[in-house]
Write a protein that binds this ligand. Structure first.
Ligand SMILES: CC(C)(COP(=O)([O-])OP(=O)(O)OC[C@H]1O[C@@H](n2cnc3c(N)ncnc32)[C@H](O)[C@@H]1OP(=O)(O)O)[C@@H](O)C(=O)NCCC(=O)NCCSC(=O)/C=C/C[N+](C)(C)C
Length: 254
């Protein structure tokens, strides 16, 4: 099973796991499946909350899949691909259930968007994060509203411009992570207790907390077509393909 999205119900919590062999970077098919799975689980009465996590002990998510980006040759395909990130974040926002995200390691680009789409986010000390899109010649346009909602426009803009990694402690101070642990084991122990308590809460109260937490975000829907177009057109430039090839090479030899 090289690329997958799996869902399992554990003590009233829908545990959704995604995995891909290259740092859990996301191709279009996985984005579509992830979005649909979140919506499907959100509709189930027996589901109190959703836990979103990724495979393995290294990177949480390397963002957009380089191989998929390199294969894109025309606007229709790139619009569909970048639209996939909008669908995932939209699903997290609109599924009606509290979404908890478990970040076990570094996360970049669209992966930062997923962390910022969480209602509650657990992480480890090694879960540094970066908006690396500019290295490719694009920008964090689709995830922008979600990241800005957590860290504010000024910090978002700085992250988007310098593409540097911020530490997990920084992410906790800036409201992305709500709990940072020394190790994966420590995080999982805390997470288990947290989910056990969450499962005992009133479903109606949780649904209302979800509703009020996302108040004022309806305009995200209207922003998306333009935001998707920004990345979708920039990725078609020849320089973007060259940038991706050189990043892949840099990661290969590091
Ligand atoms: C921090 C990263 C993700 C992980 O670091 P690491 O030290 O745990 O692992 P390593 O760098 O050795 O990478 C292992 C292999 O994974 C491959 N990889 C990494 N990221 C990707 C990717 N995005 N697509 C395909 N493959 C990827 C890497 O090449 C290694 O393969 P080999 O073993 O060499 O064969 C670190 O890898 C990193 O910083 N990666 C770059 C991340 C990045 O720039 N992602 C793209 C961001 S753009 C984006 O997400 C756009 C989203 C669209 N939108 C804005 C609309 C949401």
């Amino acid at each position: 099973m090289s690329e997958f999205v799996l869902s399992e119900l554990k003590n009233s919590i829908a545990e959704i796991t995604f995995g891909t062999p290259k740092s859990n970077a996301l191709p279009g098919a996985i984005l579509e499946k992830l979005a649909q799975t979140i919506l499907d689980e959100g509709e189930k009465e027996e589901v109190k909350a959703i836990l979103l996590k990724s495979e393995g002990e290294k990177a949480f998510c390397g963002g957009a899949s380089f191989d998929e980006l390199l294969a894109i040759e025309e606007l229709e395909a790139s619009t569909k691909f970048f639209g996939g990130f909008a669908k995932v974040l939209n699903a997290m926002r609109n599924c009606g259930k509290i979404v908890v995200v478990r970040v076990q390691g570094k996360t970049t680009g669209g992966g930062v968007g997923i962390a910022c789409g969480a209602d509650y986010c657990f992480a480890t000390k090694s879960s540094a994060l970066a908006l690396t899109e500019i290295n490719l010649g694009i920008g964090p346009f689709v995830i922008g509203p979600y990241v800005e909602r957590k860290i504010g426009k000024s910090q978002f803009s700085a992250m988007a411009i310098d593409a540097d990694f911020r530490s997990a402690d920084w992410a906790e101070q800036h409201n992305i992570y709500h709990s940072v642990s020394e190790s994966i084991e420590e995080m999982d122990t805390k997470l288990e207790k947290f989910l056990e308590t969450l499962a005992s809460r009133s479903s109606d109260a949780l649904a209302l907390i979800k509703k009020v937490s996302w108040e004022g975000t309806d305009h995200f829907n209207e922003l998306m077509p333009d935001r998707i177009h920004m990345s979708a057109s920039l990725i078609l430039e020849e320089s973007a393909k060259k940038n991706i090839e050189s990043i892949k090479e840099r990661l290969r030899v590091k």
